[in-house]
Write a protein that binds this ligand. Structure first.
Ligand SMILES: Cc1cc2nc3c(=O)[nH]c(=O)nc-3n(C[C@H](O)[C@H](O)[C@H](O)COP(=O)(O)O)c2cc1C
Length: 149
């Protein structure tokens, strides 16, 4: 049974709200999800797909709840993530030069570690986009990819 693990990288809660909304929609489509509000790398099964919601903070840094995750994937003894299927929803604001930098970094790093992108990264601009609408429009791509695993 495939379970889609939703990893939440948030500091002030916007991204958590978005992940909760997406999770409910996926459940309605018959996809089982598990939410990780403070993702602990060693507890995440890499033989199950991950959907990562990650807000940028600081100057393109990872949001607070995924700072430990950042350390894990950048450890010199980096884990091998061959076999992992994942997708990234990057959250940010276009007024920053480092727009969505954390999500972009995470996407690139998971590929370097052997992971396979299930679908193109979604970037949400909290200044211009309706975040729920944009995420829900993108959802069929991820739902189809998960069902095809
Ligand atoms: C101090 C601070 C720094 C930020 N830095 C960035 C940034 O470098 N790049 C970006 O795209 N957005 C940046 N943002 C915008 C946040 O990503 C945006 O407000 C987002 O909605 C926060 O999500 P959260 O509530 O889940 O933490 C920053 C916001 C704050 C408050």
């Amino acid at each position: 049974m495939t379970v889609l693990h939703l990893l939440v990288g948030t500091t002030s809660g916007n991204t958590e709200f978005l992940a909760d909304t997406v999770s409910e929609k996926l459940n309605q489509q018959g996809i089982e999800t598990e939410l990780h509000y403070e993702p602990e790398f060693e507890k995440l099964p890499s033989d199950q797909p991950w959907l990562i919601f990650l807000a940028s903070h600081g100057a393109g840094d990872y949001a607070d709840s995924m700072l430990d995750f950042y350390d894990e994937i950048n450890d010199p003894q980096s884990p091998d993530l061959a076999g992992l299927n994942y997708a990234v929803v990057a959250v940010g604001e276009s007024c920053y030069d480092t727009f969505c930098e954390a999500g972009r970094h995470c996407d690139k790093r998971l590929q370097e570690l052997g992971g396979t992108q299930m679908t193109d990264r979604l970037e949400i601009d909290m200044l211009e986009d309706d975040p729920e609408e944009k995420a829900l429009n993108w959802l069929p791509a991820i739902a189809d990819a998960v069902k095809a695993l």
